[in-house]
Design a protein around this ligand. Structure first.
Ligand code: GLU
Length: 297
């Protein structure tokens, strides 16, 4: 089933090849595919492998095999580690400064400032903005975030999230001091380069969306439509994680499980009423029905 792209929708699934896909990853992959194909759109696969220390070389092929087994095809593939020039060029177009502060210096500055960590993530207090660079230390590259609010809209739930970038997020690292480009930069560059119109991804990235929208605005790139889907949890209500030992999809495949049953299990975990075995064409209208629910749009 290859999308004609007739509606102009381009979606993507963007796994990090840091381990074997588990059912939670598979469910996000399934929904991203259903979204692209329900619109008759194109669907891309992107390996987000910039954090080389965490990459497992075998995970690329295993991910492709898992997706193929589920029947989730794609029309183009991108590997981030082969596109560093694009991220370098994008970073060069932004208002940035080198930052040689250590984690400890930043932590101390946060503690000294009246407003201690704000919300869940510590906000970088701008320690290095005016500080002289320490030539003996490798520098990270930080983006001087613009003043004011950045907002994001979720087309699945109808939610809007606005953040004051300076107060809630702080100057973003675009390139770590070991040379690794940041996910937030790469994701906006790649979505725009691929002509991605619809980003369906896990709920864990929702609070990162306003800063990504701000990066798009600063780079003159379009903001795609965002749809954040719940993460799958285990029986204790904890989200499945590669590092948390969630069973790999490949283990189920190798144990002789059928893809049609796994698709049914994934659909049921979303509350969809399906037979014990389902095909992808069975699931397409169920996704369209989700999109038609009040609140979506
Ligand atoms: N690579 C990210 C992950 O595996 C997804 C990023 C995105 O979809 O924007 O969680």
């Amino acid at each position: 089933m290859t999308g004609s792209g007739g509606t102009g929708v381009v979606g993507r699934f963007a796994p990090s090849p840091t381990g074997a896909m588990h059912l939670g990853n598979a469910r996000t992959a399934l929904l991203a595919w259903l979204h692209s194909r329900a619109h008759g759109g194109r669907h891309l696969l992107r390996f987000e492998d910039l954090d080389t220390g965490r990459v497992r070389p075998w995970a690329y092929d295993l991910t492709r095999r898992d997706l193929e087994w589920l029947g989730l095809d794609w029309d183009g593939e991108v590997i981030q580690s082969r596109r560093l020039d694009l991220y370098r060029d994008a970073a060069a177009r932004l208002d940035t400064y080198p930052c040689t502060c250590t984690r400890r210096e930043i932590r101390d500055a946060i503690q000294d400032s009246a407003g201690a960590p704000h919300g869940e993530e510590p906000v970088y207090p701008g320690t290095c903005r005016a500080a002289p660079r320490s030539p003996d230390r490798p520098a990270a590259l930080r983006w001087r975030v613009p003043e004011g609010e950045a907002c994001a809209h979720d087309a699945l739930s109808g939610r809007t999230l606005c953040q004051d970038l300076r107060a809630d997020v702080g100057d973003l690292v675009l390139r770590r001091n070991d040379g690794v480009y940041a996910y937030h930069l790469a994701v906006v560059v790649d979505d725009a380069a691929g002509g991605v119109t619809d980003v369906l991804r896990g709920e864990d990235l929702w609070t990162a969306t306003p800063r990504q929208a701000a990066l798009q605005a600063a780079l003159g790139l379009p903001t795609p439509r965002y749809l954040h889907v719940p993460l799958m949890t285990d029986y204790r209500g904890e989200r499945l994680a590669k590092r948390g030992g969630a069973p790999p999809l490949s283990a189920l495949r190798e144990a002789g499980e059928s893809a049609a049953r796994i698709r049914a299990e994934l659909a049921r975990s979303l509350g969809w009423l399906v037979q014990d075995e389902v095909s992808l064409p069975d699931l397409l209208p169920l996704w369209s029905a989700e999109l038609a629910r009040p609140g979506a749009g």
